[in-house]
Ligand binder design. Structure first.
Ligand code: C2E
Ligand code: MG
Ligand code: MG
Length: 432
């Protein structure tokens, strides 16, 4: 899903070398200096809405606008079609630099304010300070560039250089390359955790949970690599891998256990883009499994991020036949009114409440009420994090429909999961 960026012709002035000269001059004069790298976002959208020529003019105007607001000792240089270096001298503290950066952000927003199309021109501004962050002009420019990358990653429009964030960024880049290799090499594997019907004690399906065993680093937690994939644009590849692997296994298992289903987790960005619809459609048709036997688990918080976009995508997925489960329910901020509108089939009670049920009366109440809410909205309800017999018995008493947890089974490789459900079809009366 890598996007290639369009280059727009632009009027070159001094560029990088001029910026370096300006910084050098200020450094020699021992003046406080802030080096700002201003990166204009969404230039592709601007081109798509207005055409390249007009988009180029808007960026030219923005450059001229920046030069107009610069004071005598400041400097503005254009580094590329969509990137500028702004050097501000004599600002007393970070607060003043932030104010100046916000002003630049507003200037970019105003550049398209009158556009007839719905366009929002955003900027990410990375800032390095002299003398705090460095003394060498080229180094200051590099640090401001790092801050700007850090800002884009964190969706923070104004970002000061921080040593720790830079270290994190470089270590993530290393991990990112390894993740790309892992997708090709088979170091990523999908494990399956049994989901049982609490009434009959039978396995009805599994949740697919990704595992990454990196040959040099060892086991890397899904919380780490999923977040990494999300921030580096690789999440759709990972999700596709999980869905394809799950459907491939399911097709095999359904030959003997027709009713078995599988659930795959999806992140906020996945349910805000329609790409997932094709992924589900093609995986289910390639492996010949019915979309009804595939559930997509979406966290409650993910649903709240862009309600309109996620509502559309979830509705389309359900129209295909796939089921939607609201994961980690109870940890987010959705209201009951919103619950009424969500196109969902299942609530999954967060494991923290389930695990705390016996020691914390508040947790118990949350579990009880969530089961009640699910039933009154016509949704099925799953408890995750069942770690012992007591919890299992209690959830049965509360008439929770399904359960998952270490007490039933840990997430295990596909072959081990298969051993768990093979044979149970001949034992329909097994009950707990
Ligand atoms: P989740 O979807 O809420 O998955 C349940 C997590 O609880 C899993 O952690 C599972 O191993 C763990 N768990 C299950 N039963 C118990 C129990 O009885 N006690 C305790 N303490 N934990 C239990 P895991 O595998 O580390 O996954 C963490 C999270 O990473 C998942 O939370 C999910 O949000 C995400 N994740 C995992 N695989 C994928 C994937 O393929 N795609 C996406 N987008 N996210 C994934
Ligand atoms: Mg889940
Ligand atoms: Mg969960």
């Amino acid at each position: 899903m890598n996007t290639t960026s369009i280059q727009i012709p632009y009027r070159q002035h001094g560029g990088l070398s001029n910026a370096g000269r300006h910084i050098g001059k200020a450094v020699r004069a021992r003046k406080d200096l802030a080096v700002l790298i201003v990166q204009v976002q969404e230039v592709e959208r601007l081109c798509a809405a207005m055409g390249h020529e007009q988009a180029g003019e808007i960026l030219d105007d923005l450059y001229m606008g920046l030069r107009t607001i610069a004071r005598d000792d400041d400097a503005v240089e254009r580094i590329s079609d969509r990137k500028f270096a702004v050097l501000l001298s004599g600002l007393r503290n970070r607060g003043h630099v932030t104010l100046a950066a916000n002003k630049i952000g507003r200037l970019a927003a105003e550049a398209v304010e009158d556009s007839p199309r719905k366009i929002k021109l955003g900027t990410t501004i990375g800032i390095a300070l002299y003398p705090q962050n460095g003394k060498d002009p080229a180094e200051l420019m590099r640090l401001a560039e790092i801050a700007s990358l850090d800002g884009s990653r964190r969706h923070d429009p104004v970002c000061f250089f921080e040593e720790q964030a830079a270290t994190q960024l470089f270590s993530d880049w290393g991990l990112e390359l390894r993740l790309e290799d892992a997708l090709q090499s088979g170091d990523l594997e999908v494990y399956f955790q049994a989901k049982t019907c609490l009434k009959t004690n039978r396995i009805v399906g599994a949740e697919a949970l990704m595992r990454w065993h990196e040959p040099e680093i060892g086991q890397i937690s899904p919380d780490v690599f999923i977040a990494l994939a999300e921030s580096t644009g690789r999440i759709i590849d990972l999700t596709q891998f999980a869905i394809q692997s799950a459907c491939r296994k399911l097709a095999d298992w359904q030959k003997t256990s027709a009713g078995l289903s599988v659930a795959v987790n999806v992140t906020p960005s996945i349910i805000q883009s329609r790409e997932i619809i094709d992924v589900v459609q093609s995986a289910t048709s390639i492996w010949g499994v019915s979309p009804e036997s595939l559930t997509l688990e979406v966290t409650e918080n993910a649903l709240m991020e862009d309600r309109e976009a996620s509502h559309d995508v979830l509705t389309a997925l359900r129209d295909l036949g796939a089921r939607i489960s609201i994961d980690d329910f109870g940890t987010g901020y959705s209201s009951l009114a919103y619950l009424k509108e969500i196109p969902a089939d299942e609530l999954k009670i967060d494991r923290s409440f389930v695990m705390g049920m016996h020691s914390d009366s508040g947790d118990r109440k949350i579990v009880e009420h969530t089961i009640g809410i699910a039933k009154s909205f016509g949704l099925s309800v799953v408890a995750e994090g069942i770690e012992n017999q007591l919890l299992l018995d209690e959830l049965r008493r509360l008439e929770c429909d399904f359960g998952q947890g270490y007490f039933i089974s840990r997430p295990v490789p596909a072959d081990d999961f298969e051993k768990l459900f093979v044979g149970q079809t001949t034992d329909p009366d097994a009950s707990g």
